[in-house]
Design a protein around this ligand. Structure first.
Ligand code: ARG
Length: 660
């Protein structure tokens, strides 16, 4: 039981006499900012006072008169305009800690009312190599799955692979026209990736050429220039007058837009130049000038079961999957199901028919569309030429999942650019009758490079995920070696151990750097930051863990005997007490993760815990504590901290190391 949920139970009993629905008020109980005033604070008296027409301080005083916290908190105090400050009793804390010590769940209760969750995450398009963008969906989805499962929910993970889309048309086309047979035989995935990139480049070239010919971009730039000039003129900026704040903002925005448009044009020109400066490429582009329509034709042929294209698809798929599987293995990611888009091919016609029969979808201009309420653009589910779309597959997927697993909630961990798609999809799901199911787009922002743009290598390719892992592990290796070499008693790790630790630390750094971000924001990718020994990083957390382990090793402590000793935990210093409160907040942090599907609530908690532990460790001798009981008590605090960090990291999909 967390302190917060215990407080909510107690306050609910009092508030229920004053209001019908106290939930919203109970949400206003928070952790106190300053330990001198108490551990938790209830801030609802001001809101409630307004509602009931009573002075908040008087109301707060009345509430605490009826509040039963005997044996749990010291008598509460009203402070300021009506804050109720609560200080938890030390003996209560000690008892809860003793329970956590004896509990393999570290005091986190299992739910009384578990739900069934489906989590749709990772889902890369397999015909092209995985890149940095995939790390987000993969690690966020995995962390949510682990956390929900730990809390007691039924979790079904399903990797909705993009194994059937246009990219296959691209590699089939590429294979037919450009394959290097020898290279394909030797390293099929590498050759397929090359083909994918080549076809992409040719398609982009043809499209870019057309764009330039149409002159749309240049026209837009010219228009923007005129508009900006006119605004500057109007604001007097051309005559050296300083524009006011509002005008300056407008000008700033116009300048930004113009800069962006110019950058886009330049990017396009560079892309074209890259092809034109290479005679071989240019020749290919000229020869395959109809590639833009030829590639979708290959895809359509595949979808309609063309024998030859099916044969190629069956041949390509295993190599593509093998590559991805290798990355999942390193990342320690497993799925319950991997039902890719291809699995639903046979169900697409039926779902379209069903939606038409029910009057949910209708014909428009030869295509089949769904007009959902609140959406201006219809959702297209069958094109005029008969082709089905991404949305059609997603609808068939919903139908299948509902019938097979009957979930209470379905989470889609997919980047924010697809939010319109999911808005529409969920609206249609409700039309299909799934009104009580929670559909959630757990969206996330972009990984940026140091320049603030989507993370790319110098050559302009997005960074392959595997290279990223290798680089992180390489750099982690350097840190691990430095750290080991600097140990006062000399290095303790063999070369093999060093390599293992580097792999764990490197992968952990990468995952944690991602998970510790507020998922909806973009973030800047930085190896240095993610591998820092200090700060909110996995390395810091793993180090804190290893430090506890080394204390136990140095003190020759028998952990099992210690845990079984039933030593009372003493909380006489502020640092010990602060650590105790934080340890008992673990389940509160997990509730926060689930409330909004945000793993960064857990990383923030772990960081706070590690900091409190550091402060405790600096101020309170452990092995050299004054009395034997104090030594035992402090060792128990160390042990519980290590276990909580380990469990917390495990729920994030991150492993610890015993020594580093
Ligand atoms: N393969 C898709 C992409 O890479 C993501 C799929 C997400 N899941 C879904 N059910 N639509 O964009």
């Amino acid at each position: 039981m967390s302190i917060l949920s215990e407080l909510k139970i107690r306050f609910r009993q009092t508030l229920i006499d004053l209001v019908e629905e106290p939930e919203e008020l109970l949400e206003m109980i928070r952790r106190g900012q300053d330990p001198r005033f108490g551990d938790y604070q209830a801030n609802f008296a001001m809101t409630l006072g307004k509602r009931l027409g009573r002075p908040p301080r008087e109301l707060a005083a009345d509430i605490i008169k009826h509040l039963d916290v005997a044996g749990f908190c010291d008598p509460p105090k009203v402070e300021g305009p009506g804050f109720i400050n609560l200080r938890v009793r030390d003996d209560w804390l000690s008892r809860q800690l003793a329970r956590a010590v004896a509990d393999h769940r570290l005091g986190v209760p299992t739910l009384a009312d578990p739900r069934t969750y489906i989590i749709d995450y990772s889902a890369p398009n397999v015909a092209k190599p995985m890149h940095v963008g995939h790390i987000r969906s993969t690690v966020i989805g995995d962390a949510l799955a682990r956390t929900l499962r730990f809390l007691g929910h039924d979790v079904i993970t399903d990797n909705h692979l993009g194994d059937w889309g246009t990219q296959f048309g691209m590699i089939i086309y590429g294979y037919r026209h450009f394959v290097d047979k020898k290279a394909y035989k030797k390293t099929p995935v590498k050759e397929l990736a090359r083909l994918y990139r080549l076809v992409r480049q040719l398609m982009d070239y043809i499209e870019g050429k057309r764009q330039l010919v149409l002159g749309g971009l240049e026209k837009a730039i010219a228009e923007q220039e005129t508009r900006l000039e006119a605004q500057r003129e109007a604001a007097g900026a051309t005559r050296g007058k300083k524009p006011n704040k509002k005008t300056a903002k407008v000008l700033g925005r116009l300048e930004g837009d113009l800069e962006q448009a110019r950058a886009e044009l330049e990017k396009l020109q560079n892309k074209l130049a890259a092809v034109e400066s290479d005679p071989v490429l240019l020749k290919l582009a000229e020869k395959h000038s109809d590639i833009e329509s030829a590639v979708p034709r290959e895809t359509a042929k595949l979808h309609s079961g063309d024998r030859q294209n099916m044969k190629l698809w069956r041949e390509f798929l295993p190599s593509c999957l093998k590559d991805i599987q290798r990355i999942y293995k390193r990342l320690d990611i497993e799925f319950d199901h991997t039902l890719g888009e291809s699995f639903y091919n046979g169900r697409l016609a039926a779902i379209v028919q069903e939606l038409r029969d029910k009057g949910i979808a209708r014909q428009s201009d030869g295509a089949i569309c769904i007009f959902a309420e609140g959406h201006d653009v219809p959702m297209l589910i069958r094109k005029r030429d008969g082709a089905f779309l991404y949305a059609t597959t997603d609808l068939a997927t919903i139908r299948y999942r509902m019938e097979t697993w009957r979930p209470d909630a379905v989470l889609y961990v997919v980047d924010h650019r697809q939010s319109l798609h999911f808005d529409q999809l969920f609206a249609v799901a409700r039309l299909m009758g799934y009104k009580d199911v929670e559909f959630e787009h757990v969206s996330f922002g972009t990984v940026l490079g140091a320049d603030g743009r989507p993370f790319k290598t110098r050559s302009g390719d997005t960074v392959g995920l595997e290279n990223l892992l290798n680089e992180a592990v390489l750099r982690a290796g350097a840190t691990v070696c430095d750290n080991d070499d600097a140990k006062p008693t000399g290095p303790e790790l063999s070369p093999k151990q060093r390599a293992q630790v580097a792999e764990t630390v490197g992968i952990a750094a990468l995952k944690y750097a991602d998970l510790s971000q507020n998922r909806t924001s973009d973030y800047v990718f930085s190896y240095d930051k993610m591998l820092a020994m200090n700060g909110n990083t996995a390395t810091y957390m793993q180090y804190a863990y290893a430090r506890v382990r080394s204390i136990f090793a140095r003190g020759n402590v028998d952990v099992d005997a210690l845990r079984a000793s039933a030593t009372r935990i003493l909380l006489d210093t502020p640092a010990e007490r602060a650590l105790a409160i934080e340890l008992l907040r673990f389940s509160e942090a997990l509730d926060l993760v689930v409330a909004d599907y945000r793993p960064n609530q857990l990383t923030a908690y772990l960081f706070e815990l590690a900091n409190r532990y550091s402060a405790f460790f600096e101020q309170c001798p452990v092995l050299k504590a004054e009395t034997d009981q104090l030594r035992q008590s402090r060792l128990l605090l160390c042990d519980l901290t290590a276990r909580t960090i380990r469990k917390g990291l495990e729920l994030l999909g991150i492993n610890v190391v015993e020594k580093m």
